[in-house]
Design a protein around this ligand. Structure first.
Ligand SMILES: Cc1cc2nc3c(=O)[nH]c(=O)nc-3n(C[C@H](O)[C@H](O)[C@H](O)COP(=O)(O)OP(=O)(O)OC[C@H]3O[C@@H](n4cnc5c(N)ncnc54)[C@H](O)[C@@H]3O)c2cc1C
Length: 461
């Protein structure tokens, strides 16, 4: 019986319903009523079925049943990933973690928490805050993005500079492999040098090696406060000097350093949007946030004064209230304005800070020669990460935009994906950032863990 045989499909669905209960299986119109993903809101989910196990044991049974039926399994968390990593064919089984949302009581002394793969980042942040602790991962999609999804994409977000990426917040995890076996490494330990660190196999590998069901997450003390400022500089290189000076002055407590190039700043502060704290017309802006106690804000103001005296900073606005701080962050965060303005294509690249100014100038110059192309650039520049948003044009013009953005990166030791991953969308670009030997090694690991290529096939490579 072939895997696409309707009888085989019916038998599998029966089997899955027996494992997860009838309410755990979503098929037909109910499934098609769900959007394919955040980036494809108008397209329906296309899988044969979406199955919603409640725990590791059910996940294990689902995986074993799908393996026996020869079906591929596509892991799905909040579906906020930006590279089509959750897209399924009509033959696949989508495995959603939406019923694995449990969060165990926080270990306040050990500063850890165990969360189910389907718990949202906002829920983990909330659970930590209830115990006067802090879960540092933060991103615009916090209300929907899940623990499992952010582990699988090794999400970065807004505080990487100080706390690292999701990888740095995962102490342990549990994952189900393609054949249904369970790898459980749930130790709440910062140090554990006992051979291969198996949990890392599942961080950033986009659900191609295993399905994460639970994780032990590291929490931190709640910051005592912040000072937040928008600054204008003569250029990105001056922005980099400000970052360096602030890191020295505050012993590495700069938690965010977001670069905003002038066209991005103008678009986000257009009439009817957030009002601009600084006038338009400067060559470069940055949103800076430093963790410090209120008594240290004067030191921050003195630093800005010094930098203005040296010409490194042209102008600055410091948030005087939480409302003003939030308004400054809206300028960076409300990326829906980009879609509203027709800038539908999103890029996420990284490169050394020192090369950013000339790279951006070069790419903008190349794109200015493409008729109809508009582009804005911004990003977590303190983490080497730039985001571009451009217009979507015809295939030739889109390819020319891709070339302008991606081609220079290899020579600069850059990357075609800083934090969003590869998914389906960037498969063709992988070789621009990884050598043939690196890709061959990745394939070797994939074959070892999933020889039948059943887990999220076609994603990454
Ligand atoms: C508004 C917005 C802002 C964003 N900002 C950032 C940002 O600042 N930084 C950043 O890094 N990213 C950002 N992202 C993208 C980011 O990748 C996701 O928000 C997040 O990491 C994905 O979580 P999710 O639960 O939605 O995963 P999904 O989209 O459901 O899945 C993502 C990938 O992980 C796999 N997967 C999901 N769950 C599991 C699991 N339990 N086990 C194994 N594999 C699994 C999927 O198959 C897929 O390949 C943003 C997205 C949006 C929409």
């Amino acid at each position: 019986m072939s895997s696409t045989d309707p009888i085989a499909a019916d038998l599998l669905l029966e089997r899955l319903a027996a494992i997860v209960g009838p309410s755990g299986l979503v098929t037909g119109d109910e499934l098609r009523a769900r959007p394919a993903s955040w980036t494809r809101p108008a397209e329906p989910c296309t899988a044969l079925a979406l199955v919603r196990p409640r725990d590791t044991a059910e996940t294990r049974a689902v995986m074993a049943a799908c393996a026996a039926a020869g079906r591929s399994v596509i892991p799905r968390g909040g579906a906020t990933g930006l590279v089509d990593g959750t897209l399924a064919t009509p033959e696949d089984i989508t495995l959603s973690t939406e019923r694995m949302t449990g969060i165990e009581p926080v270990d306040a002394l050990g500063m850890t928490v165990i969360a189910g793969a389907g718990a949202t980042i906002a829920a983990v942040q909330h659970a930590a805050a209830e115990c006067n602790l802090f879960f540092p991962l933060d991103l615009g999609a916090r209300g929907s993005a899940t623990v499992g999804g952010t582990i699988s994409t090794n999400a970065g977000g807004l505080r990487v500079l100080r706390y690292g990426m999701m990888r740095d917040m995962v102490l342990g995890l549990e994952a189900v492999l393609a054949d249904g076996s369970v790898v459980s490494s749930m130790r709440p330990l910062i140090k554990n040098n006992t051979g291969l660190d198996l949990k890392q196999l599942f961080v950033g590998t986009e659900g191609t090696l295993g399905l994460v069901t639970r994780a032990v997450l590291r929490l931190r003390p709640e910051p005592a406060g912040h000072v937040t400022a928008l600054i204008a500089c003569p250029g990105p290189d001056d922005g980099a000097r400000v970052l360096r000076a602030a890191q020295s002055a505050f012993q590495g407590r700069v938690s965010s350093f977001e670069g905003l190039w002038p066209d991005f700043y103008r678009l986000m502060t257009a009439p009817g949007r957030t009002s601009p704290p600084l006038p338009h017309g400067s060559p470069f802006y940055a949103l800076v946030e430093v963790e410090c106690v209120p008594a240290e804000s004067d030191r921050f103001l003195a630093l800005l004064d010094d930098l203005m005296g040296a010409g490194t900073v042209l102008d600055a606005a410091v948030a005087a209230s939480e409302e003003q701080r939030r308004a400054m962050w809206r300028i960076r965060d409300q990326v829906e304005h980009l879609n509203a303005d027709g800038l539908h294509r999103a890029f996420d690249v990284s490169l050394p800070l020192a090369a950013m100014d000339s790279y951006v100038r070069g790419a903008l110059e190349r794109m200015s020669a493409i008729p109809g192309c508009r582009a804005v650039v911004y990003g977590h520049i303190g983490d080497n990460n730039l985001h571009w948003n451009t217009t979507r044009l015809d295939a030739n013009a889109n390819a020319a935009i891709d070339a302008a953005i991606y081609e220079p990166l290899a020579a600069l030791s850059g990357s075609v994906s800083a934090e969003h991953g590869i998914g389906l969308e960037k498969r063709a670009k992988l070789a621009l950032s990884r050598s043939a030997e690196e890709i061959a090694t990745m394939r070797l690991v994939k074959r070892a863990l999933d020889p039948q290529n059943r887990l999220n096939p076609g994603k990454i490579f």
